[in-house]
Ligand binder design. Structure first.
Ligand SMILES: *Cc1c(COP(=O)(O)O)cnc(C)c1O
Length: 500
């Protein structure tokens, strides 16, 4: 039931909000069904989906939410890699604009979203909250399954929620060039998209394995005007060093970060952007959860379990942190579950320690669950989520006991994705297949116990550019990696030793 409402209002706000197209009638407040969108010039578009809940539930939030404000114990600060003293704002200014450095360290509960950013959010926000009725039926479960879908952004994932404000703040401070890394290509394309909106140059280091396997993501970035390098590259010192040791290195996110950070740190007119992990990124993603709280309220549902996949943790935090606030306020009491791949299990198998965010050891030390900064996940792992560490704020929340974590092997994830695609229609990105698999596990448990739990799942992106992974699964050539204890012990041994 919720499905058609949120979808249709999403379409309406899409059409009505583009600059220069004010001719479109605003219809997300209208309760008429079906409604019409009209172009003053000629044609009219009929919206066949109908409203069936309170449309006000889908207003775009005006503020981002910062969970740190509500935590009884504040997270440990990032440390300078040389002095081991807490990082000062000026240490970060070669990499980030002042406003984002402020957001990184703030204890404020709410931060106003700039009007211009809201205006761009309107291209795809509010995003739909959809009840997966057909999946429920397929699983024959009494559970009610909902997913919040972020794949309608121009770049196809939740990452545009932060790329747009990051580029905007850089543009405000007169920055002309942005550099970043990308793994699967999602973040690179989200940043390329946002850079094109504000006329900034964008340069991306894409992990070699995905640069070769995912030509379409590269082409998206180039279409939006970005320059793309395979990483490791010979453009940077960090890249050349890795290539010397291993000319056929498949690359890793940690290596690509080193390359982009090096370029930003050595060029005065260039700043660096990160698509996950940092506090300000998690902050921007809170629009997902803030919207979703209202949408759940509007249909009279309260989640018993909230599930999201975690790479660096930003989509998971985006959906769950506003709900954790409600939990801390005693209003609701859902279980909150992070799902990670068994091939890169930072929360479930990593250690909680200060470690570098990149391979070359150029970033500040962050206290997080880490597999070691030179851990490289096996290239045959198809499911994204390949970062060696976890967002420090999520690691802290995990230590405080407000959430749980589970690791799931990739064949189970893709089996779930196929069930999802064949019942709900949508083809998920490899990352959220982890959340789907965990949701299916829980829904099947509900079938055993007869409980009609409400499960809310983060559906952070579509998989239209990840079909080679599906091909592998469908051909039967996808295998599960057993977690390599030796490999992880080797990389854990290289985590810097701090007196604690
Ligand atoms: C980047 C990405 C992820 C992993 O990053 P998080 O910060 O953990 O959200 C997950 N899903 C999709 C679709 C992505 O693009």
């Amino acid at each position: 039931m919720a499905q058609s409402l949120v979808l249709s209002s999403n379409f309406c706000s899409n059409f009505s909000s583009r600059k220069g197209e004010e001719k479109w009638l605003w219809c997300s407040k209208s309760k008429k069904s079906p409604s019409h969108l009209r172009l003053s010039s000629c044609s009219s578009v009929k919206v066949t989906a109908s409203y069936n809940a309170n449309p006000q539930a889908t207003d775009i939030p005006r503020q981002w939410y910062n969970l740190i404000a509500d935590l009884p114990i504040k997270p440990p600060p990032p440390l300078h890699p040389k002095t081991f003293e807490p990082v000062k704002p000026e240490d970060l200014s070669p990499l980030f604009p002042d406003e984002l450095i402020k957001q990184e360290a703030t204890n404020d509960r709410f931060i106003d979203i700039p009007e211009e950013v809201i205006d761009i959010y309107k291209l795809w926000r509010p995003t739909p909250l959809i009840r997966a009725k057909r999946l429920e039926k397929l699983l024959n479960t009494p559970a009610r399954i909902y997913y919040k879908y972020e794949g309608g952004s121009p770049a196809g994932s939740h990452k545009a929620n932060t790329s747009v404000p990051q580029v905007w703040y850089n543009a405000q401070e007169g920055v002309k060039n942005l550099v970043t890394e990308t793994g699967a290509g999602q973040w690179g394309s989200a940043l390329a998209f946002a850079s094109s909106l504000f006329g900034l140059n964008c340069e991306v280091w894409q992990v070699r394995a995905s640069y070769d396997q995912k030509p379409y993501r590269k082409l998206m970035m180039q279409t939006w005007g970005a320059k793309v390098h395979p990483s490791p590259s010979d453009v940077t010192q960090a890249g050349r060093k890795i290539l010397q040791m291993d000319p056929s290195s498949p690359g890793s996110l940690g290596i690509a970060i080193s390359e982009a950070v090096e370029v930003a740190a050595t060029h005065a007119d260039t700043k660096y952007c990160l698509g996950s992990v940092l506090n300000h990124v998690l902050l921007h993603q809170s629009v997902i959860g803030e919207e979703c709280i209202k949408q759940m309220e509007a249909i009279g549902e309260t989640p018993d379990l909230i599930i999201g996949c975690t790479g660096g943790g930003s989509n998971f935090a985006g959906l769950t942190f506003p709900f954790i606030r409600e939990k801390l306020n005693g209003k609701i009491n859902p279980r909150i579950q992070a799902v990670e791949p068994t091939a890169c299990p930072s929360l479930t198998k990593g250690v909680y320690a200060y470690d570098f965010g990149d391979t070359a050891g150029m970033t500040p030390l962050m206290k997080m669950h880490t597999l070691g900064h030179d851990f490289i996940p096996d290239p045959i792992h198809a499911g994204g989520l390949r970062y060696h560490g976890m967002a420090p704020l999520i690691s802290h929340v995990y230590e405080l006991g407000y959430m749980e974590a589970v690791a799931i092997p990739q064949t189970e994830c893709f089996q779930g994705a196929i069930q999802f695609a064949r019942s709900e229609g949508l083809i998920p990105a490899p990352e959220p297949t982890h959340a789907i698999a965990a949701t299916i596990r829980e829904a099947l448990r509900c079938r055993e116990t007869g409980e009609s739990k409400v499960i809310l799942m983060a559906m952070c992106g579509h998989g239209h550019f990840d079909l080679p992974s599906y091909e592998k699964y469908l051909q039967g050539s996808m295998v599960d990696l057993s977690f390599s204890e030796d490999k992880i012990q080797a990389s854990l041994a290289k985590i810097p030793q701090l007196a604690s």
